[in-house]
Design a protein around this ligand. Structure first.
Ligand code: NDP
Length: 468
């Protein structure tokens, strides 16, 4: 019997769609799932009559694979990944390749790389973005780990990934957890941009008093311009959906509690550990947490009322100013995420090529957007770029739009509406473009109560003062 080119463990949304994608591209795929029923269902329906071979034990599964064996794990991140690795290792020859395509924490990937290297198994941590459709038709694949292993699977990964005018959306981004670090940060940026769009919706609805159909049209128009992105496109589409039962826009009937699986939180935690400020991303994580306080919010409003106030705006002017504010906020969300990746790359020795990161985000992934062209240009012109703000063309865009962002925030504040991400973005810009911050006072306070010392602006050295 012909053997499979690759085996996939985990036949849920991602694993099953990736299997179909690989098969469509000419690969023979072996599949396994912890619960046999899921495998049976898959091979009996979507995978019927395809070059997809089911296995109902791991022993049977590895026997189906060509040597060197290549296995892609598409299971829930965390313990399930370790459990499968532990069970697979005794069944595999040295030189086999295990790839983890789930949303694993990069630190776990680092540990698994080392553990498996000692056992002669090559390991790759691959962040895969694009959801169900991406997995089926072409995701963005961010790979880290063994370079040698990547070279052996590069053809397969490139052929199944999305394609843009700049090539396929798959790249090797460095040793160890580099791929998962980039994927985690991708998700952090995704959180921020989703929140920015929801803030724009809130302003158009609450301040400008627009109907959902009007907001839908605006988002569609925005998507036709410089705000063109997957997230803007799907938001314009979802606003169109009418609930069959009530005849109302479905979005209005959805409870205002946003869930999360933790990658946004990881991004912020990692940024804090690395000493990188990502306030727009942090604000988007906090906004989801606050949304979850639904019961408390309802109780508080019943007791004290809301702070909402009517403010008059010219709808046409407001939507144009808002478009510029959204644009700047999105640019800065990318800037914060890419700054984090560049610092991690140095700190962890990943040596990640940031222009490659931006290139493979241009297709297949959730944060694909037109602004990535400008970002790519920036990193191609200077691969060592410390922060996008140092790229004049990028900064010109920020400078052109910053007053619009400010005006939108002033209007929102006057109306009693919180804009967590847009607000933090403006403060981030103002902080970075301020030569002297009030940290001198903090340093004096620290020295006062803890003798933490301070430096002076007028002479070299480390000083301590007896303040009282
Ligand atoms: P899920 O994250 O929902 O995980 C389900 C799969 O994991 C099933 O195969 C399930 O097996 C297996 N599993 C769960 N718990 C265990 C366990 N304790 N031991 C063994 N197997 C277990 O599936 P998805 O397809 O959504 O995602 C797979 C990975 O890809 C995840 O890491 C996810 O974060 C990531 N990802 C998901 C995206 C998405 O849009 N869904 C997008 C990008 C990445 P069983 O059927 O037996 O329960």
């Amino acid at each position: 019997m012909a053997k499979a080119d690759i085996g996939i463990v985990g036949m849920s949304i991602m694993g099953s769609n990736l299997a179909l994608n690989m098969e469509r591209n000419g690969y023979v795929v072996a599949v396994f799932n912890r619960t046999a029923q899921r495998t049976e269902q898959f091979v009996g329906t979507r995978a019927r009559d395809k070059n997809i071979m089911p296995a109902y034990s791991l022993e049977e599964f590895v026997e189906l694979l060509k040597v060197p064996k290549k296995i892609l794990l598409m299971v829930k991140a965390g313990k399930p990944v370790d459990d499968f690795i532990q069970k697979l290792v005794p069944l595999l020859e040295k030189g086999s390749i295990i790839m983890d395509g789930g949303n694993s924490h990069y630190m776990d990937t680092e540990k698994r790389c080392k553990l498996l290297e000692d056992k002669g198994i090559r390991f790759l941590g691959a962040g895969i973005s694009g959801g169900e459709k991406g997995a089926l038709y072409g995701p963005s694949i961010m790979v880290g780990g063994s370079r040698e292993a990547y070279d052996e699977v590069a053809e397969l990964l490139n052929v199944i990934s999305a394609r843009t005018e700049d090539g396929s959306c798959c790249a090797y981004l460095g040793e160890g957890g580099a791929g998962h670090f980039v994927k985690m940060t991708h998700n952090g940026i995704e959180y921020a941009i989703m929140q920015i769009i929801s803030e724009a919706y809130d302003l158009l609805r609450t301040i400008a008093g627009m109907e959902i159909s009007e907001i839908q049209q605006i988002f569609e128009q925005w998507n036709g311009g410089r705000l063109n992105s997957f997230l803007m496109e799907i938001t314009a589409k979802l606003l169109r959906k009418i609930d069959d039962e009530t005849g109302k826009p479905l979005v209005e009937l959805i409870l205002d509690k946003a869930g999360s699986k933790g990658t946004g939180k990881w991004t912020v935690q990692s940024a804090l550990d690395l000493g990188v400020a990502v306030p727009s991303i942090a604000a988007s994580v906090n906004a989801r947490i606050l949304s979850d306080y639904k019961e408390q919010r309802v109780k508080l409003v019943r007791r004290y009322g809301e702070f909402l106030r009517k403010v008059g705006v010219d709808r046409y002017i407001f939507r144009n100013v808002l478009e510029e504010a959204v644009y700047v906020a999105a640019l800065v969300a990318y800037a914060q995420g890419l700054h984090l990746i560049s610092v991690a790359s140095v700190d962890f020795g990943y040596n990640t090529n940031i222009s490659e990161v931006v290139r493979i985000w241009k297709g297949g992934c959730i944060i694909r957007s037109t602004v990535l062209n400008l970002l790519r240009k920036a990193y191609l012109s200077d691969p060592t770029l410390e922060h996008l703000f140092f790229y004049p063309e990028f900064m010109n865009e920020v400078k052109k739009g910053v007053d619009s962002l400010r005006d939108v925030i002033i209007t929102a504040v006057n109306a009693g509406i919180s804009l967590p991400v847009m607000g933090e973005t403006l403060l981030y810009i103002y902080s970075l473009l301020r030569e002297r911050l009030p940290a001198n006072v903090i340093q004096a306070q620290r020295d006062f109560f803890g003798a933490h010392t301070f430096q002076r602006v007028d002479k070299e050295g480390i000083f301590h003062e007896e303040w009282e």
